[in-house]
Design a protein around this ligand. Structure first.
Ligand code: BGC
Length: 737
């Protein structure tokens, strides 16, 4: 393969910006390759190109988007979907698939939450790493995006994020870090936004110090489409490939090198990375993917992603005994199964929930009738549609209402203004619920919505999010119990906007968004503040039940542990349970969220079966980011490990003492008296000296009074001869340490 060093500077610079919308520039001996969206399918545009999902793309399987896969809590599923997407990508001539997106769901209104996995970094990182492994194992390069702190769509190309360093390290970077370290993605895509005023595309701290120097990333950094403002600053910061084509970029890079403003070696290195990336190029005769098998996988995956939020009076599963079924809601007939924007897939086929329910009903000999209930957009007369629906509900044994967000209400490019669904849908649900013997609501949408106006009036709620092209069949399977609900919420459902963590700090003002909630994102906020949301992170019901007991935790080193716990399926159906391990609080000099997810495992069990699960709790589960040290630190002390079925429903807890890190700080006259007294090496001598100088006051009391004083300041302030003597003693202790 050509080496960048052998190419003239002009050719090297030319490699650093795309040839057009989706392809890299060729150079002598270097082919051009295609990078395209993703990530829940391949969006290979064959005609006009755009990054907003406007123009048509070749047909491809539309798998469940990340919002759904996040709720599966199943990395293996993410891996299998990744491999299937890669096979289709190669067959469509694509080398790199632009995904997965692993930004944290900081706020429920983010218009792109459907493209992200979770509000929790461990869950997002684990699923993202699996997706990358799946993609790359089957021959397509991945592009983990959007790096970093891109948590809203409002002003996404200009907004500057102001977040404290510990929050950045503990919440917003770990998913990327896990993926880089564990899955070695071919590329990382930098985001549009600024961080502390500096665009991510031109941010040397982000793209070089953290990504390469600390995490050891060896792949290529590509810009989000149009994220580069100053191509020279971008290359200098560590960006390798600007996408799409920047007409003046190569010329500017060459000029900067010639003027001595840009190190030529940096250009050569970036060009080499573009050359290295071409190894992902598919061949001209890739096998045709098995689209039937992929559709079956899309359907299987969808069934594992939906979350059963509520199931009163055993309203679900439906069966012969449910009586006739009324299916209500235009969204049952015109399903939404993916979000809008750059990830929009041209599905190979789409299962329609209404048809699937009707088919299951027919098999069981149960009558199924349909009423639209509401129109999408301005379509239909709301009152007439509603009264038809109410009449259908009144004469049926059970009513299934499909409601949720329509396509115009959420997309890449803008954030939602509120958590509401359309008022006519709310009215419909209430009217139907008061007429129907039993009401089941199937919620559709890429973001969570407010349920309060009707929650208590319905018997069951299936949160179906956006489930991809097999979602219709999967929902029918779940409703009839042919599939077992096993999704768990990867994000909190609040009662109302006002209780959400970033309320008042979203989407920012005057060009800056301040992450004022700090670490307390998602369930970390609700658990720490003692606020019960409508449905907590981790929640999800099934048709069977599980007992969880025998939690035991043992240390496996100074800063790590292993937990074992027994899970038993106590119900009468096979099903899956997600073991969720949380660290509660923790010792150390920093605020710890009341609960942080430390590890999880999804287990499938037959009725009556039991299994003891052993899960490692690695160092990082206990550590905090110590900004002054620029390092992860595990504080010595006792940690609480909790096993729960959600972040608010804990089955058992155990305590584990850990030695943690021994930190020996250099002491000086700026160190406080308390720091001196607590020092593992000098502390004892110092306390003896302090006792001598304390004039009879117990040392602990003195420490309480004056512990926060820098030693130098304290010595300066000691009065008279007694002071001189004390000073001499303390200085001797200092000198002797
Ligand atoms: C999106 C990326 C996407 C790119 C290419 C951008 O607008 O933010 O996620 O990969 O377009 O379509």
């Amino acid at each position: 393969m050509t080496s960048a060093a052998d190419l003239p500077l002009e050719d090297r610079a030319r490699l650093l910006t795309g040839a057009d919308f989706w392809t890299t520039a060729p150079a002598p001996g270097v082919p051009s390759i295609v990078l395209t969206d993703g990530p829940h399918g391949v969006r290979r545009q064959v005609g006009a190109s755009d990054h907003l999902g406007l123009n048509a793309a070749a047909p491809a399987t539309c798998f469940p988007p990340a919002v759904a896969v996040g709720s599966s809590w199943n990395p293996d599923l993410a891996r299998r979907i990744g491999a299937a997407v890669a096979a289709e990508a190669r067959a469509l001539g694509v080398a790199v698939v632009l995904g997965p997106g692993v930004n944290i769901k900081r706020h429920p209104l983010c218009g792109r939450n459907f493209e992200y996995y979770s509000e929790d970094p461990l869950l997002a990182g684990t699923l993202g790493a699996a997706a990358v492994q799946g993609l790359q194992s089957a021959g397509a390069g991945a592009s983990v995006k959007h790096f970093a702190l891109n948590n809203q769509e409002t002003e996404r190309m200009r907004i500057s994020v102001d977040a404290d360093p510990r929050t950045v390290r503990e919440i917003y970077l770990p998913a990327f870090e896990t993926i880089v370290r564990e899955a070695a993605p071919a590329t990382v895509m930098c985001s549009y936004n600024r961080i502390d005023g500096v665009h991510a595309s031109e941010n040397p701290w982000l793209l070089t110090t953290v990504l390469r120097d600390e995490w050891g990333f060896e792949g290529l950094v590509v810009s989000d489409w149009g994220a580069v403002h100053d191509p020279v600053a971008a290359v200098r910061a560590g960006l390798d490939l600007e996408m799409p084509h920047g007409p003046h970029s190569a010329g500017k890079v060459v000029a900067a090198v010639r003027a001595g403003a840009l190190d030529e070696a940096v250009v050569t290195r970036a060009a080499q990375r573009v050359i290295d990336l071409t190894r992902w190029a598919p061949s001209d005769d890739e096998p045709a993917p098995d689209l039937d098998a992929h559709h079956a996988l899309a359907r299987e995956a969808a069934a594992e992603c939906a979350v059963l939020l509520r199931n009163e009076n055993a309203a679900l599963p439906l069966g012969g005994a449910s009586g006739s079924i009324a299916v209500i809601g235009e969204l049952a007939r015109a399903p939404r199964y993916q979000g809008g924007g750059s990830s929009h897939i041209n599905a190979t086929r789409v299962d329609v929930p209404l048809d699937e329910i009707a088919a299951r009903g027919a098999d069981l000999g149960v009558a199924v009738e349909f009423a639209a209930g509401y129109g999408l957009g301005d379509a239909g007369d709301g009152e007439i549609l509603r009264s038809e629906a109410v009449a259908a509900a009144a004469r049926s044994g059970v009513t299934v209402v499909f409601a949720g967000l329509t396509e115009s209400e959420e997309s890449e490019g803008f954030d939602r203004p509120d958590l509401a669904i359309a008022p006519q849908q709310v009215e419909l649900i209430r009217a139907v619920a008061s007429a129907a013997p039993r009401t089941v609501v199937v919620l559709v949408g890429g973001g969570v919505v407010e349920l309060e106006a009707w929650h208590d009036e319905v018997d069951a709620i299936l949160e179906a999010f956006l489930l991809g092209q097999g979602g219709g069949a999967a929902v029918a399977d779940l409703l009839f119990g042919m599939a077992e609900p096993s999704g768990r919420l990867a994000e909190t459902i609040p009662h109302r906007l006002e209780e959400t963590p970033a309320f008042g700090n979203f989407p920012g003002e005057l060009g800056t968004v301040r992450y004022g909630e700090g670490l307390l994102v998602g369930y970390r906020w609700y658990t720490t503040r003692g606020i019960a949301p409508r449905y907590p992170f981790g929640h999800g019901l099934g048709y069977t039940d599980f007992a969880v007991d025998d939690l035991a935790v043992r240390a496996t080193g100074p800063d790590a542990a292993t937990a074992t716990v027994r899970v038993t399926n106590t119900g009468s159906r096979a099903g899956s349970h997600v073991v969720q391990l949380y660290i509660g609080g923790g010792p150390g000099p920093v605020l710890r969220p009341r609960r942080s997810l430390a590890a999880f495992r999804k287990v499938a069990l037959d009725p009556g079966a039991s299994m003891t699960v052993s899960i490692d709790l690695p160092r990082r589960a206990f550590a905090f980011w110590d900004e002054p040290r620029g390092a992860w630190v595990t504080a010595p002390g006792t940690y609480k490990v909790e096993v729960g079925r959600s972040s608010a429903d804990i089955d058992a807890a155990a305590e584990i003492p850990l030695d943690g890190d021994t930190i020996v700080d250099a002491l000086d006259m700026e160190s406080t008296i308390a720091e001196w007294a607590a020092h593992p090496v000098a502390g004892e001598d110092f306390r003896t000296a302090l006792a001598g100088a304390a004039g009879g006051m117990p040392v602990d009391q003195l420490l309480e009074l004056a512990g926060s004083m820098p030693l130098g300041k304290a010595l300066d302030m000691l009065p008279g001869p007694a002071g001189d003597e004390a000073r001499a003693r303390l200085e001797a202790a200092v000198a002797a340490r």
